[in-house]
Each structure stands twice: as C-alpha cells, then as structure tokens.
Design a protein around this ligand. Structure first.
Ligand SMILES: [Mg+2]
Ligand SMILES: [Zn+2]
Length: 241
C-alpha cells in the first residue's frame, strides 16, 4: 500500500475567493504604475510570479488594519471542511501550498479553525509590532520564476515516495501540479490542462472531489485510479541537478 498526500492551493481553491486579488483590488494596489507594468509582463509570461509579488506586495506595508477588514469577507469553498475531515480520517497529510501571503492564510485558517499538516506560502506578514515583513518562500535556488516554487515542493514529496493528489485553480498550480499523480482542477488551471491534453478531475466544490475520492479510495491508494499522470515537466521552473 502506498501513501497518499494531498496538496491544495489556497486562493480560489480552498477559499471561494482569491484573497490576494481581494486585497490588491480592495486597496487599489493594481493601479500602482509598477504593478500595472508587472501585471502586463506576467500576463505575457515574460516574468513569473516572483517579479509580480515583488512589485505588488510591498504596497501592503502599513495597511494591516485594512487587510484585516477585507479578509473578514472571504470564506472557505463549499465542502472544504468535510474534505479536511476526510483526509484526517484517512491519515492523509494535507499541505496548503500557496504563492500568496502567509499572513492572511494563517489568519483565515486560524479564524476558521482549519487544521492542516503544513502551510507553505510566501513569508509576507506583519510582525507583532506591526512592522511589515517581505519575503518569498522559494527554496529552489534554480527557479527564478516563482515566489513560492510549488513544483519543487511536490517534487520533494514524490522523491519521498508519496502519491500526490494536487488541487488547484490558477497559473502557479500549472507548474505546481507538474509532478502530481492526480490533479483536481478548476478555472484557469482546468483550461491550461485541457488545452495541453493533460488528464484531470474537474471540480467546483470539495463535495465534487469527495464524490470522486470516496467511492474510489482503494484505487487511489493502490495507484490505479484513472487520470493518473506520469509527471509533466513544468517548463518555467528549473531544478538543481
Ligand atoms: Mg489559486
Ligand atoms: Zn518554480
């Protein structure tokens, strides 16, 4: 019997909303000239999320109260709690893997009492004295594209012998899911995978995911569940030899 790990994106996946977008829009950050430029280059795939994060997130310095206010309005995706419970029952470790800001992820998970095994995101936060701390998670020295190099986290799990179920919705998940065994995808991640011809399970709520996993759990455990992937190479990320 192999061991299964779940890796889920946060914004627009575990959460109904993209919290980063809610903050950037709500605080007018997207209108800052350097962010407009970074967004254009990001859309044109000339730069990765690292450059965008470096342009956008420092604009949240000194705005902790406004950030706190805005995150009051966001909530978990339907079924997320049942899904986390299911993983706990099955002894499946859950990693929340985000290219967003650790501060809001930790605030929201704490507030909603969602307990997961690991939270990996960019160490952008407000310190106890209110001071703003900026940083990116990327521990993959070879990748200059990502803020949080999701692909390197999943690659590591594979090297440790896990079967990986990846759940996501966006461009960072396109790379992040590159080494996963199975992908649950919605929104732009689903569109990318479809275009590429990569198999995935579509979802909108975590009930959709449970409806796939529950009846077929034994086949996931044995690695034989349908839509299993052999590993696509996430083109923008590089890895040390
Ligand atoms: Mg997302
Ligand atoms: Zn990367």
């Amino acid at each position: 019997m192999q061991k299964i790990a779940v890796v889920t994106d946060f914004d627009g996946t575990l959460m109904e909303q993209d919290v980063g977008d809610v903050l950037m829009e709500g605080l007018g950050v997207l209108n800052e000239p350097q962010v407009v430029e970074a967004s254009r280059q990001f859309r044109e795939k000339k730069v990765g999320s690292l450059a965008w994060i470096e342009a956008a997130y420092p604009n949240l310095a000194d705005r902790q109260e406004q950030v706190n206010k805005l995150i009051e309005s966001v909530h978990l995706r339907d079924g997320a709690r049942d899904f986390i419970d299911f993983c706990q029952q099955k002894d499946v470790p859950v990693t929340v893997l985000s290219d967003g800001m650790l501060y809001y992820i930790e605030q929201i998970l704490g507030r909603d009492q969602v307990i997961v095994d690991r939270v990996i995101g960019n160490p952008i936060t407000y310190l106890e004295d209110g001071q703003f701390q900026f940083g990116v998670q990327n521990t993959n020295p070879a990748c200059k594209w990502c803020g949080c190099c999701k692909a390197s986290v999943v690659k590591q799990l594979k090297e440790e012998g896990w079967l990986v179920i990846y759940i996501g919705d966006g461009s960072s998940d396109y790379y992040g899911s590159g080494f996963a065994d199975w992908i649950f995808a919605r929104a732009s991640l689903a569109r990318y995978l479809k275009e590429e011809g990569t198999a995935y399970y579509p979802f909108e709520t975590f009930h959709d995911i449970l409806n796939i996993l529950r009846p077929a759990w034994d086949s996931f455990l044995s690695g034989t569940a349908t839509h299993r992937l052999q590993g696509r190479f996430p083109a923008a990320c590089k890895f040390p030899n």
